[in-house]
Design a protein around this ligand. Structure first.
Ligand code: SF4
Length: 431
């Protein structure tokens, strides 16, 4: 039975993880070579049969030998035993000099934390491994480039009450917690995440809910943070029921990375509870195909079976997922998990993020490499969240390339030109 003891509270750092043999230190890449099978998303039918992926089993055997199956599969255990310092991490992976220096001289506000499960996905010897780069700090975080800002989207300026960002007329972002189980190094809300001082209080929840209730044009509430799925079932249920009781709130959404970094969080009890608050949608933050494990598949299957429409949000990251082949593997794997690729974000200019940012042309090339070459459902919308608070602006490769004798000239995905007899020249504004 699920324990609901965790109500948005930080645990003490675990120090040396339970079961890590005293004095044991890194002695090479403990992982067996990654095989194709490790990265194959499993079908819904098979998902319930998987208990633990091979690399997670190996990792647990080595670093948490006394941990039981029950503990490993308990999200509270995963959260309590997060790896939060260089000493503990360096017993699991060989830190590069760059990473070691970054721990000694942190560059920004975001602390370090990863769940044991997510740590099992890291390559122990290759500091360039994409998944590892997303969570292990490097010294580049100390370099602040022009145009970077702590709150690049100006969310604080669009906040009528603490915890609410009201940018678009009919919907609000509700930051319900500042806690995440695993910290992404490129986090847009690094000014807030992992910072206990700024954790959201019950009184702020009350004010935020009152604001939503008083503004009857708000029909859509997106819960985010931090990660709302670090809240206990009871706390989340209480929040959802209060929002559901507001007559003009039509849909509720949750933005989370839990199915990716702590899939143990997606329990049958959680999905049973979430089902009570339909229509409820979920956006899952996914970065790379290496994250598409049997554990994540099982989490997504449970959510989808509970009738929750699933979309993915992916941040475009330099050297991590910024090529067509990687992105294709990611979006194809997601569709097999019943997750619709939703947004591909240009990386926001938070301080110390320039080593993650690609030119915008790279994002357009990726969309061009997907559009027409794969299922339409697999193609996310590429957006820049406009610095300063302009909202999401979609970017598309140009397909309407001109006009000739009243015809609209269109370029297809292979670069071939076609004509469309378009009589509404004036209305389209394309001349
Ligand atoms: S899961 Fe989201 S909110 Fe949490 S650290 Fe990552 S990007 Fe930031």
């Amino acid at each position: 039975m699920e324990s609901d003891a965790l109500l948005n509270e930080e645990f003490e750092p675990p120090g040396c993880p339970a079961g890590l043999a005293g004095g044991e230190s890194f002695s090479g890449n403990f992982l067996p070579p990654w095989t194709e099978a490790d990265h194959q998303p499993v079908t819904a039918a098979k998902a319930h049969r998987f208990k633990e992926s091979r690399h997670a089993r190996e990792f647990r055997r080595r670093f948490f030998p006394d941990t039981t199956d029950k503990e490993w599969r308990d999200w509270h255990w995963q959260f309590r035993n997060r790896i939060r310092d260089a000493d503990t991490l360096s017993q699991m992976i060989l830190l590069s000099e760059d990473e070691r220096q970054a721990f000694l001289h942190p560059g920004g506000a975001l602390p370090f934390a990863i769940t044991p499960y997510y740590a099992s996905l890291l390559d122990a010897s290759d500091a360039r491994q994409p998944v590892r780069r997303t969570v292990v700090p490097v010294i580049d975080e100390r370099f602040h480039a022009p145009g970077e800002a702590g709150d690049p989207l100006n969310e604080d300026m669009s906040s009528p009450v603490p915890g609410i960002v009201h940018r678009y007329p009919d919907r609000v972002l509700f930051l319900v917690t500042s806690i995440c189980s695993t910290h992404c190094r490129y986090c847009t809300r690094s000014r807030l995440v992992g910072n206990n001082v700024r954790n959201i209080t019950a009184e702020q929840w009350d004010r935020a809910i009152a604001y939503i209730a008083e503004n009857d044009h708000i029909r859509d509430v997106l819960l985010s943070g931090g990660d709302p799925l670090t809240l206990s079932d009871d706390a989340l249920s209480g929040l959802l029921s209060r929002l559901r009781a507001i007559p003009h709130v039509e849909i509720l959404r949750i933005g989370t990375k839990a199915p990716v970094v702590m899939p143990q969080r997606i329990t049958p009890a959680l999905t049973r509870m979430l089902k009570r608050y339909h229509p409820l949608w979920m956006s899952i933050h996914v970065t790379h195909p290496d994250e598409l494990t049997p554990e994540m598949t099982r989490a997504c299957v449970r959510l989808a079976d509970a009738g929750i429409p699933l979309g993915s949000q992916t941040v475009l990251l330099l050297g991590i997922n910024d090529d067509v082949e990687t992105m294709k593997r990611l979006v194809h794997g997601l569709l097999q998990m019943r997750v619709r690729p939703y947004y591909l974000y240009q990386c926001d200019p938070i301080p110390g993020s320039s080593h993650f940012r690609t030119p915008v042309s790279r994002g357009l090339q990726i969309i061009q490499g997907l559009q027409g070459y794969t299922t339409g459902y697999a193609v996310p919308t590429y957006v820049i969240d406009a610095p300063g608070g302009g909202g999401k602006i979609p970017l598309l490769p140009a397909h309407a390339v001109g006009r000739d004798n009243g015809d609209l000239l269109l370029q297809n995905y292979e670069g071939r030109l076609y004509r469309y007899p378009d009589s509404e020249t004036a209305a389209t504004g394309i001349h």
